[in-house]
Design a protein around this ligand. Structure first.
Ligand SMILES: [Zn+2]
Length: 254
């Protein structure tokens, strides 16, 4: 029952994250006006705004003008629902669960905004860094020092990569938003799991970039945002990081 509740709560939260991802980059209010169809501007009825279900019932089209609804909306709702259910399955009803839900919600909305706009708003990352630092210490998930080190190491490594690539190649592979996003991941995970998350992000990011270049879907100068990979690495590290590190250390130390 609670498991289904976590899934439903995640779907509702995903619906809200869709609103955040559409409005925060424009600096628009999250609360007013209510949602409207971007094609015909007709306000969306409450019964057409039910997470996941409405998309299926409307078959992905606006009830008024039949314009297609972006697949991003149900994808974010389903993705957030699955992440919330996974977090509950792993953590149970504890303080750490609330912390994990805030973390994965922030990762989700940052991923969508970075994919659509190639930017990561400080309006999201900075307050969530503070929430991660205070929440980690309050729930005892991390010591305040570990969380602080995570913030500094995460932000510091991305800052060094940006400065280094600017000096060596004259290009900027990442943006300032990646600094605060890495700091945010560090605030929730501590410095060890942050490093694992960064490592996974670079690994998957490089593989995807090479595949996109090889298939001709991206040219050498097209930007590929790093934020989504950082978010993926952070989420994997949150859910399975301890096991991955244990397995890794066992493999080398016998
Ligand atoms: Zn419409």
């Amino acid at each position: 029952m609670i498991f289904a509740g976590a899934f439903l709560f995640g779907a509702v939260m995903g619906s809200f994250l869709n609103v955040c991802a559409s409005r925060l980059p424009r600096g628009a209010s999250l609360w007013r006006p209510g949602s409207a169809c971007p094609a015909c501007a007709h306000p969306i009825r409450w019964h057409d705004n039910v997470p996941l279900l409405s998309f299926l019932i409307l078959r992905g089209r606006c009830r008024d003008c039949r314009a297609p609804i972006g697949w991003r909306y149900p994808a974010v709702e389903l993705g957030t629902a699955l992440l919330f259910a996974l977090a509950y399955a792993q953590l149970g009803l504890r303080g750490e669960l609330a912390l994990a839900l805030v973390f994965v919600s922030a990762l989700m909305v940052v991923t969508v905004i970075d994919l659509e706009h190639q930017l990561i708003p400080d309006r999201i990352t900075l307050p969530v860094i503070a929430a991660g630092f205070l929440g980690s210490a309050a729930t005892g998930q991390l010591s305040w020092l570990d969380s602080l080190l995570g913030i500094l190491v995460g932000g510091g490594i991305i800052y060094a990569i940006i400065q280094g690539s600017r000096l060596v190649m004259g290009v900027e592979g990442m943006g300032g938003g990646d600094i605060t996003l890495a700091a945010m991941v560090g605030a929730f995970l501590g410095w060890k799991l942050l490093l694992l998350g960064l490592f996974l992000a670079v690994l998957v990011g490089a593989a995807v970039a090479m595949a996109l270049l090889a298939s001709g879907r991206k040219g050498g100068k097209d930007p590929i945002p790093f934020g989504p990979f950082l978010a993926l690495g952070g989420a994997v590290s949150l859910f399975w990081g301890k096991e991955i590190l244990q397995w890794y250390l066992k493999g080398f130390l016998g």
